[in-house]
Design a protein around this ligand. Sequence first.
Ligand code: ADA
Length: 575
Amino acid sequence: MNRSINKLLEVFAMLRLFPNNKIRQVRELEGDWDFQPLESAERLPVHYGYRLPVPGCWEMHPAFSTYRGKGAYRTRITVEKHGALRLLFKGISHTGIVFLNGVRIGEHYNAYTPFELIVRNVKPGEHELAVIVDNTFSEASALHVPNDYYTYGGIIRPVAIEFIPDTFIERIEFTPHFSKGIWSADIKAYVRNVGESEAVLHVHGKLGNSSFALGSLVVKPRATGVLTLNRKFTAVLPWSGKHPQLYLLELQLLSGEQVEPVDDLIERVGFRTVTTEHGAIQINGEDIVFKGFNRHEDHPLVGAAIPYQLMVQDLELMLDMGANAVRTSHYPNDERFLDLCDERGVYVWEENHARGLSIEQMRHPLFAKQCADCNREMVESHYNHPGIIIWAILNECASDLLEGKEMYRTQLSQIRGMDASRPLSFASHQRDRELCFDLVDIVSFNLYPQWYDDEDPRELCIQARSWADVAGGLGKPMIMSEFGADGYYGYRDPSRVKGTEERQGDILEQNLKAYTSLSFLSGMFIWQFCDCRVTEGLGWLLGRAGTQNSKGIVDRYRRPKLAYAVVQQYYKQTE
Ligand code: ADA
């Protein structure tokens, strides 16, 4: 590829919805890569027989529509100047082993979290970048298991290379506070030294009209140093769903006596607080009720590799129905979708990657590590999104057992240790058996009245409140994190039997009528926004007609079902 095309790609890179750098050179590696299915993950192939888009899912290629296995991707990158490279992978599903010029340089597990690899002393010229991707359900995978959603194969989110100096700003943490009518923020800069010698460094910042020095520090070779500043911002407007005011926070790194910055990092931030008081949730001190959707990143034309335009469409459809919130069930989402939520003022419940794991599955020897990695990567990479107002973990796992409780405790304290500014929750289906509500700030229930049983939604919700009260949730806000019903798109019938669009609408109506009128609820999230592909399987998975979960209010192609108007009626009436 010639330089001018590379340059163009840099300009149009869509890693985020705002520029992350003005100084650091970043190149997105979007395009067609070579591809070859593989028997084993040990060795790269000699011959590549296919071309596949990156980002993309291999299921979209006619030869691989149901392929579960391993495959190698390959591209070539051109390096102009001798130095260090930082390779950024935003999501490989589900395991990626990365090679530069045939040499293995690192690997990562989990489709839904980003990772980076740093390579030093890369020579100018052309280099081969290859990735062995694996989406098999094997002993090496505790979280990606056959499930009620689909683990696609491929490099499903963007890839980029950054040309970094020996010292660079690794990440920023921005934590806003509001006190006595004034906004302030803790700004933390993580500065990394990948060079051979100690570095004396200075960090300068800019936010809106204010410029400031974060300070100076000495960072040893192969180490990361942290600078923290608490600063007042008197002339800023708060971020909220109704007024999503965002600011660019630009940090520059200066080395030694040099006057020109050697590196920079730009984040986009908002001034807002989230609190949980008197049994309710507050944004900037005001009580809020979330009217939301659970959403899987899934589309029949692109799998899990949702392009920007379709993200916008999803968000516009949710807003059109009157929603103000989304739950990223059941994994951390693409950052561009989170960026969009920040921009459109949509509140986000983001959760780690786990769905419906039994205690036997949680005893998997890799479960603790794979969850800990996922939690760390989720919080570190999404810390600055003002839209994210809840961190959550372990949807419908074994929170009814003491053994499970210890795992919930470990993970919740890990997240609280990284971010004390957001409330924590998890979605429980354990009813009166729940043991973990004392560990969280918000109690949340997945209940399916009128679908999996014939209970009355209002009575059940009131009963759930009393279960929570005796199980450690007394005085804590409560959310209905899932409810819904299957409706097969186009199956309309006056009988209104289960599975018709009419019945789905009826069930949604009964549920929404109850929840929008119960003043102790702080939110509700419909299961689910769009139908999604699920793993083909036996047992309960066989019950998923068409190998899809059909509880979407829109189908997989985003065509509205009858329930769309029902949701609109209830969500819009309380706007
Ligand atoms: C669960 C689960 C969802 C989905 C849903 C359903 O509550 O959290 O992922 O499987 O049930 O459709 O039954």
